[in-house]
Design a binder for this molecule. Sequence first.
Ligand SMILES: [Zn+2]
Length: 436
Amino acid sequence: MTSAPTVFRDALLVTQDAQRRVLRGDLRIDGDRITQVGGTAPTEGAHVLDARRFAIVPGFVNTHGHVAMSLLRGIADDRDLGGFLETLFAVDARRTEADLEAGAAAGVAEMLLGGTTSFLDLYYGEDAIARAVDRLGIRGYLGWAVLDPEMTTQKGRPLDNAASFIGRWKGHARIHPLVAPQGVYVCGPETWLGARALAEREKTLCHYHLSETRREVHEHEAKYGARPALWLESIGFLGAGQVAAHGVWLTRREIQLLAERHVGVAHCPSSNLKLATGGVAPVVEMREAGVIVGLGTDSVASNNSLSMLREMHVAGLLQKHHRWDAAALPAGTLLDMATIEGARLLGAETELGSLEAGKQADLSVFRLDHPTLLPARSEAIISHLAYSASQEAIDSVYIAGECVVRHRELVRETWESIRAAGESAAAGLWPPTSGH
Ligand SMILES: [Zn+2]
């Protein structure tokens, strides 16, 4: 979609550039790219917006989730991961392409309204999710879940399904198909190495769950004699271009290994807390060791929100409290994890994650007069984003230069139509048949 250049005049710009500058000035978009940040931008032929009462912030990058599960919010609350999965697997067996797409559209809409412009997903049936991404204008890094053939309800061999999914969507401007081994509890060596080979062949990311619970680690040790990360190294799996979700139960040696192999981690504090994983992800140690760490909401079945604002807040509080250190994960670091570090995790830091000339115009426009941003001072804006800002303060969202949320309304489709489709699809999935 091409449109006239846009100039935001005199905005508070939270650039997230190398110097992490926060400055007053103009931001100009030409086509899908940012062409000027700061100073006074040329306005000939441009759509000029008075932005004095607004802050412009890079779009958030949500680095782990299962967006099609949006119809399952509240379906397995107050249970541990084992009980949670029992309910979820029973519901998954009844899912259809239509309800996957309706759920994905609802989740994408929720993310857009919350200022998320890119997300990394792990699920089967990613074609339905890709269609929702295509419809609504977000950027999707979509991982087709693979597991051992005898463990799956997928028709055909999961690795073959992943390969054909990648073939169908590769080259789409906003959709990045990839392969996603579900976790050590359902994937043997052949599946892991097959996924790695597929990712290398297709030059895609590889995304997976790793060491989420102590039970997962102990059962794996009992079966294979090694903790999951060490075992993945021993079979020759770990390598660059991989994003491991959770990483709660990691030893120092495993953290070192992830750093050496350039494996990034998506930290999902809300989901971990709600499912009572018991431990706290060693985010500070990972960052010190050089592991790139992003933030992920996980799904609304375990969070129960897709808000990256909320996730920053929870991530900060969890580390500070747990470590008896109020300086742990300061506001600036939390915002980094939600923006530029998330982009690095996706291998997209030259295109996404900050407001810089030449990058994709993926950004959110926050109302500075919202109660949760008072006092709206440049010295406090990063603190407000990390700790207090409500997503109601997000007025507009742009992706690839296109306005996808305007004055808190979706632009491409109405929330009412997405909501209605979501409610009717949810009726086919509720109530859950197993569990309680
Ligand atoms: Zn997950």
